[in-house]
Unconditional design. Structure first.
Length: 144
């Protein structure tokens, strides 16, 4: 599992996020292309991070001036990819190695949730790709 390196600016973002939400975060990714911040919170902290009716995430969004996404950390790559694609209902995640030695997460989602898993302009699957690479060294996430 690759070790995530945080800059001082990242640590400041995490501290602000934790102050707003009360949830403990372990990572932040600045996705400037999509104009969002993606926070990875410790297991069982997702509800606290989101807040009742999404209040904490909305407050954090207002403070940062960007969309805020929250993903729950998991022990395995499969569970983490599943978490990164929430709220899509993932049926199965398989980690396979292609001919070039690249690790790929093949994700099967419920048919009616394919659009949710992919997201507008591919934002949700892109979030899963970024985080899976950063935390588990996976080269790609593919929705099947």
């Amino acid at each position: 599992m690759p070790r995530v390196r945080l800059s001082m600016e990242d640590m400041a973002l995490i501290a602000t996020f934790e102050r707003i939400t009360g949830a403990s975060a372990v990572d932040v990714v600045r996705d400037d292309e999509a104009g969002r911040l993606i926070f990875v919170v410790r297991p069982k902290q997702l509800g606290r991070a989101i807040g009742r009716g999404g209040a904490n995430v909305r407050n954090a969004s207002d403070v940062f001036g960007k969309t805020v996404d929250v993903v729950e950390l998991a022990d395995t790559a499969e569970e983490f990819v599943k978490s990164a694609l929430a709220p899509a209902r993932v049926e199965r995640v398989r980690i396979v190695e292609d001919r070039n030695g690249s690790l790929i997460a093949q994700v099967t989602v419920k048919n009616e949730d394919r659009g949710i898993a992919i997201g507008r302009d591919g934002r949700n699957v892109a979030r899963a790709r970024i985080l899976a690479k950063r935390h588990f060294g996976l080269d790609n996430v593919v929705i099947t």
